[in-house]
Each structure stands twice: as C-alpha cells, then as structure tokens.
Design a protein around this ligand. Structure first.
Ligand SMILES: NC(=O)c1ccc[n+]([C@@H]2O[C@H](COP(=O)([O-])OP(=O)(O)OC[C@H]3O[C@@H](n4cnc5c(N)ncnc54)[C@H](OP(=O)(O)O)[C@@H]3O)[C@@H](O)[C@H]2O)c1
Length: 275
C-alpha cells in the first residue's frame, strides 16, 4: 500500500456534518493531493456522517480508479453481520466506486461478537467488494483473536502513532514487522502539535537534512519497516511540504536518538487507547 496518504477527518465536519461546509474546499485539497501523486485516501462512514466519503467520491471522480487506494472504515455501532454489509454498501455508494482497497473496523465494540463482524468482512472480501481486510485501534491481543477467526489475512491495523504517542511500540509494531502486517499511523503530526515541541535536536536535524520539522517527524515514522501514514492536509502548502518527507533517509543513529529522546512521549494514546 502507499507509504503516505490523504486523511479526511475534519473534512465536511467532525462527528457531525458541518452545515457551513459545502465540501468544495476539501474536494479541491484532495484533488490537489491526488495530482501531486498521493494515491491513498483514508476515510470512514463516521466522518461528518458520511459526508467525508462523499467528498472523497467527488475528488476521485475522473481519476483512474485502479491507480488509487481507497480505505474506509465501518463504525463501531455497525459491527453486526448485517450492519457491516450494509455499511460497506453505503460507503461504496457515497464514494461512487464499486470496491474498497482496504476496509477497516474503525474501533472495537464488545457489544457485537467478533465472529459476526469478521464473517461479514470475509464475505465482502470473497465477493471482491473489499480487496483487503483491516482493523483500527486494536490491541495486539484483539488483533490476534480476530486473525484466528478471519479466513483472509488481516493486512493492517491503523493506530495512533507519532513521535509523541508511542503506544504501538509496546508490542504492536514489532508484531506487524514480523508478520507482514501494515501499521498505518494516524495523527502523524499530532494535529500539528509535534511541530511546536521544544527540542533543540529537532532543529539540528532540520539543518542537517535541510528539512522542516514536519518532514523530520513524518520521515521518522516512515523510516520504520511496515509503517505507513496518512495526514489531513487541507492546505496545498502542507501537501507540498509533507510530500518532501518522502524519498530520503535519516541516519540510523538520528532515527534512534529521536526514538529515545523526543520529549513529551506518551505510551497510552490520549485519544483512543488500544482496546
Ligand atoms: N482510525 C482512527 O481512529 C483515526 C483517528 C484519527 C485520524 N485518523 C485518520 O488519520 C488522518 C490524519 O490524522 P489527523 O488529521 O487527526 O492528524 P494529523 O495529520 O497529525 O494532523 C492534521 C492537522 O495538521 C495540519 N498539518 C498537516 N501538515 C502540516 C504541516 N506540514 N505543518 C503544520 N501543520 C500541518 C493540518 O492542517 P491543514 O488541514 O490546514 O492542512 C491539520 O490541521 C485523519 O484524516 C484520518 O483519516 C484515523
């Protein structure tokens, strides 16, 4: 899957659709990203009550579908067998496509037996409606349980991971690297907060590699095997800046110094703890 992609959280609203946002600016920023070569769009039925998927659908119109990698997610209220099938059908309609490259369980919900959810995902994969099955915000233990009952390989776990939030490093990252599973890092810039962290070594690296702090933070994530990421970028300058985080390497030593010394590290995600 593509190393770096376009996130859609906060496009067209948040949990609720924003009636003052007609989506046009968000569509334009996604088109700009695609035209700059970003082929992965990450969306979800929950984002803006489905409107983010409609926005994504408008943005991909006119582009060759097979050149794109579209991820969507089934929300945690829809994890019954029928709920998953219905959610996937609705997502596909809103996106104006006939398949998803990757379909994720957005976050776990123990009210629904995992077997039901996974059976529905297996069926969608058998029917070619989804090319790959994945999960999001799953602990390693839960991931392994899901894989035990899933007939297809669960190819990805999308989790909160960045220079500040290190929860996946406890056990998930190593497992992904050893088992050919992609760890998709959400919130790679901690919504921009990483850029404001006071840490002199950050600036030394910026000087050394002629890069910005955002580029260092993204490159650090992507320097790790099996890690990909997605960022929300509604401004063209952020798209262009972040793209320059790709296709170069920091030294192993610098990567390790960032891993060990970056300040304010948290080992439990403040947003969604892996459950
Ligand atoms: N699975 C999950 O539970 C889950 C949870 C959260 C997010 N996600 C996914 O992950 C994607 C990314 O996460 P996120 O949006 O929360 O976090 P993020 O990508 O770390 O932060 C996005 C914010 O940072 C700004 N930004 C982007 N590039 C920047 C740069 N170079 N310098 C300064 N600011 C920059 C953006 O501004 P502009 O928009 O103004 O350009 C936006 O406000 C989401 O869109 C969503 O698809 C998944």
């Amino acid at each position: 899957m593509p190393l770096f992609g376009l996130g859609t959280w906060m496009m067209g609203g948040d949990f609720k659709r924003n009636p003052d946002n007609d989506g046009q600016a968000d569509i334009a920023s996604l088109i700009c990203g695609i035209e700059h070569g970003l082929t992965h769009i990450d969306t979800a039925e929950m984002y803006a009550e489905g409107f983010a998927e409609e926005i994504s659908g408008q943005a991909i119109k006119g582009h060759i579908r097979d050149n794109l990698f579209i991820t969507s997610k089934v929300w945690s209220d829809d994890l019954s067998y029928d709920g998953v099938l219905r959610a996937a059908e609705n997502s596909i309609k809103r996106l104006g496509t006939n398949y998803l490259d990757l379909y994720l369980v957005h976050k776990p919900n123990d009210q629904f037996p995992m077997l039901e959810t996974i059976k529905a995902l297996d069926r969608l994969a058998d029917e070619g409606i989804i090319k790959n099955i994945g999960v999001s915000n799953f602990s390693l233990e839960r991931f392994k349980r899901a894989q035990q009952i899933c007939e297809h390989k669960i190819v990805a776990n999308q989790v909160h991971y960045n220079l500040i939030n290190r929860e996946p490093e406890k056990e998930l990252l190593g497992f992904c690297q050893q088992n050919d599973v992609m760890l998709i890092a959400w919130r790679p810039l901690q919504k921009g907060a990483i850029i404001d962290v006071k840490y002199p070594f950050f600036d030394e690296l910026c000087d050394k590699y002629h890069k910005t702090r955002a580029q260092i933070a993204l490159n650090w994530l992507l320097s790790q095997d099996n890690v990909t990421t997605i960022s929300t970028m509604r401004s063209i300058c952020h798209i262009e800046e972040n793209l320059a985080a790709l296709n170069w390497k920091m030294s192993d030593e610098d990567i390790e110094i960032l891993r060990c010394e970056f300040p304010s590290q948290e080992h439990v995600s403040a947003t969604v703890s892996l459950s």
